[in-house]
Design a protein around this ligand. Structure first.
Ligand code: DP6
Length: 329
């Protein structure tokens, strides 16, 4: 280890337009299909890692509270992977916080493991390429691979650890898309993604969803590169519906939608028919990510806020890559 033993990094969460659901290899988190996402500006996890020379003393302070539960166990398992792969000895003291609340409809595992990877590697004095950082972050949480690069990002499935990484294909300022999140429930989800990924293959529909993913990804990427909202909306909603069809037909089934979820989805389709450039996508939860162009964002926000089932509305533009933060200056 070099002189520097401490580093602070920030990473944004991301919203997938082509979803990751199910793994070809659960241990290495090699995904069953390629996925595509946009980082969310303004929202971030900030993480400081300090490597100590003493063994067995990993510590996690999460959102200003010491954590020894589920989050700590997951972080500790990830630290073991980093230690083994990067030849780091010693324990890590980690202090991490999100500037967005849990239950805001935004998954924090992507930004958390992306920020943790960059901070841990930098604190050990190791220089890695963006690609290598993305592969490592993937081992903590699949979607974290996509929070390392900036803007609009594609995650390649790969056949091995080194081949499965995410890469930016357009910078944040390429297209002024806004993710307006309609929060219909702020309860924490009961089935974590990790279990969901493991049960994906129990659905008869998963094979068909996976088989068409590369084609949907290509269509989505072309739509983004040519800023073609109509094509973008069609493929994004279709891909989200396919993932939820797999979830609902898994054994045991996973139903994430609540009555207001369906109400918002129907409204979004109607608003688009009426001329607004807006579509929806949903992750493993009931909250709806309404993706729209910046010109229509204020109207979409107002329409969503007026619905009785919507308890909160948040907005984010495309965000940049994970980056180190100079806490002293
Ligand atoms: C529905 O990356 O949260 O949000 O690897 O177990 O941490 P783990 O899973 P995670 O899965 C994300 C699932 C999703 C779709 C997506 O973001 O692509």
């Amino acid at each position: 280890m070099s002189e520097t033993h401490s580093a602070t990094a920030r990473a944004h969460p991301n919203i997938a337009f082509i979803k990751y659901w199910g793994n070809a290899d659960d241990n290495l988190r090699l995904p069953a299909n390629p996925s595509l996402s946009m980082n969310l500006d303004g929202l971030y996890t900030q993480t400081t890692v300090t490597w100590l020379f003493e063994p067995n003393a990993d510590r996690l302070i999460l959102n200003r509270q010491p954590d020894t539960g589920t989050a700590f166990r997951r972080v500790s398992a990830f630290l073991n992977i980093l230690r083994a792969r990067l030849n780091i000895t010693g324990s890590a003291q980690i202090e991490s916080f999100n500037n967005f609340p849990m239950g805001a409809g935004i998954a924090s595992s992507a930004s958390s493991f992306a920020a943790l990877t960059l901070a841990a590697v930098s604190a050990a004095g190791i220089q890695l390429s963006e690609r290598a950082l993305s592969t490592l972050a993937r081992l903590g949480s699949g979607s974290a691979a996509r929070s390392i690069p900036g803007g609009f990002v594609e995650w390649f499935t790969g056949q091995s650890h080194d081949e499965s990484f995410a890469e930016s294909f357009a910078p944040p300022d390429h297209w002024d898309l806004v993710d307006i999140i309609a929060v219909v429930s702020s309860e924490h989800k009961t089935v974590v993604s990790q279990e969901g990924h493991r049960s994906a293959n129990t659905s008869d529909l998963q094979a068909a969803r996976v088989a068409g993913a590369a084609e949907r990804l290509a269509a989505c990427k072309t739509a983004i590169l040519s800023r073609d909202f109509k094509r973008f909306a069609e493929v994004v909603e279709h891909d989200s519906n396919l993932m939820h069809a797999v979830m609902m037909t898994s054994r045991p089934p996973l139903f994430y939608w609540l009555p207001p979820t369906l109400e918002v989805m129907a409204r979004v389709r109607q608003w688009r028919a009426d001329g607004l450039k807006v579509c929806y996508t949903l992750d493993a939860g009931p909250n709806i990510h309404c993706i729209c162009v910046k010109n229509d964002a204020e109207q979409v926000r107002q329409e969503l806020s007026a619905l009785s089932g919507v308890v909160d509305v948040r907005a984010a533009l495309p965000g940049g890559p994970a980056a180190l933060v100079d806490v002293n200056g």
